[in-house]
Design a protein around this ligand. Structure first.
Ligand SMILES: [Zn+2]
Length: 433
């Protein structure tokens, strides 16, 4: 064995030896219930991370995203950014994990905030999405620092708020404050649960819009004196079925999106409502007889790298204009609600190539390259931070995210920690993987 092989072997043994620490860290993180909404215990989990990383020589910045959606004195949007400089100049590698978890829901057989270990799996809300990934990156970085204390450049670990609700009080805020810029950070790894042998390059685009059809209110016994907005919306939906959905099904992408069904453009009708407001369950009276003068539909359109957002919008406008040409009194409004452009990191980007080599070394197989059907915080790092050298890579099975009895397998975390550490060795030391 030469000196480098010895170092690598020593590092891999350190990760194996850190198994109990990794389990305890994951359990501690799960036991802080950071439900979002509303955004509970963000300060508590950031302080926990700050204490641990300050103890390992990291400089800590606690950042509250004042004024972002949901931020209040009751539910402040706290983030933590920890940075540790090596003794020599070089690149900065940043591990970004979101600290929030989604609602628990029904059907659990384990305590959602217990962090119970059973058969090599740790159970709890956020176990795979993504407190397990956060714990993995911390263990990887700590073992890396112990093995290569003279590394060049810097390592950052952040715990950020609100990914599940758009990331505005988290990564978007930090990017606006200059935490993600090509000058400060050169490589970003987001340990979302994409499976330990897959590298996620990016995600599809999103366009949400609200469409409203207008009518004219009248007595329900004489609908001919009014104009029913719900029937107008029905005509819109018929036209969508006839022309839009079939057209979307034909748009296929070269992006390696998983699952297979998301390799085309998709559109979900998120909600539809027309006429009187629905009454509360405890109200047992009758509605009044009126013709609806308004109907609103919210659409969630997911689009591909090959598509342009203006064309995506225009397709919907074409549907509405066609209906307008066929229905005399048809009037509508359309309002943009939210948009995210698709993004995909080049396979040749340094962080992709490095993590791929580390996967080959640890798992003895070639990595699979994937693209996510939905967005995650990479969108802000790309658009606001202008950082293209970014991937999602972390342990855990994506399908378990947001499910009851969510878990993370300890062995997957160990393997992923080895991959992350060897990637650091390639990026921040003169040791090739
Ligand atoms: Zn996540």
């Amino acid at each position: 064995m030469n000196r480098q092989d010895t170092k690598t072997a020593e590092f891999l043994a350190r990760i194996d030896a850190a198994s109990d620490d990794l389990i305890a860290l994951t359990q501690d993180l799960i036991q802080i219930p950071t439900l979002n909404p509303p955004g509970e215990n963000y300060l508590q989990i950031c302080e926990y991370l700050a204490r641990r990383l300050a103890g390992r020589g990291f400089a800590i910045e606690m950042v509250r995203a004042y004024g972002t959606p949901g931020d209040s004195d009751k539910y402040p949007r706290w983030n933590v950014v920890a940075r540790r400089e090596g003794p020599r100049a070089g690149d900065c590698v940043h591990f970004n994990s979101h600290i929030d978890v989604v609602d628990v829901g029904q059907g659990w057989t384990y305590d959602p905030f217990g962090g119970e270990l059973a058969d090599g799996k740790i159970y709890g809300r956020g176990a795979c999405d993504m407190k397990g990934g956060l714990a993995t990156s911390i263990i990887a970085v700590e073992a890396f620092i112990d093995s290569w204390p003279d590394y060049s450049g810097a390592i950052e670990i952040s715990g950020t708020a609100d990914e599940e609700t758009g990331g505005f009080g988290g990564v978007a805020y930090l990017a606006e404050k200059g935490f993600f810029t090509p000058e400060r950070v050169q490589h970003v790894i987001i340990p979302e649960p994409l499976n330990k042998d897959r590298v996620c390059l990016g995600h599809r685009g999103v366009w949400w819009a609200e469409i409203e059809t207008h009518g004219h209110i009248a007595h329900g016994s004489m609908p001919f004196l009014g104009d029913c907005a719900v029937r107008h919306m029905g005509a819109v939906m018929e036209e969508m079925e006839a022309s839009l959905f079939p057209a979307l099904a034909l748009k296929r992408t070269d992006m390696p999106i998983v699952p297979e069904g998301a390799k085309q453009s998709t559109l979900n009708i998120n909600s539809i409502h027309g006429g009187q407001k629905e009454q509360d369950d405890d109200f047992d009276g009758l509605p009044s007889p009126v013709v609806p003068d308004s109907c609103k539909m919210i659409i969630d359109r997911r689009f591909l790298l090959e598509e342009n957002i203006d064309d995506v919008r225009q397709e919907m406008l074409d549907v509405l204009d066609k209906v307008q040409s066929e229905r005399e009194k048809f009037r509508y409004d359309i309002r943009d609600m939210h948009e995210v452009l698709p993004t995909m990191t080049d396979k040749k980007a340094p962080v992709v190539a490095t993590v791929s080599r580390a996967i080959e070394q640890v798992l003895e197989k070639s990595p699979e390259y994937v693209v996510s059907p939905g967005t995650y915080d990479q969108k802000h790092i790309d658009r606001i931070g202008r950082m293209k050298n970014c991937i999602a890579y972390g342990p855990g099975i994506l399908d378990l995210a947001h499910q009851p009895d969510e878990y993370i397998a300890v062995q997957d975390m160990i393997d992923s920690a080895k991959v992350m550490g060897l990637a650091l060795a390639e990026l921040l030391t003169d040791q090739g993987a």
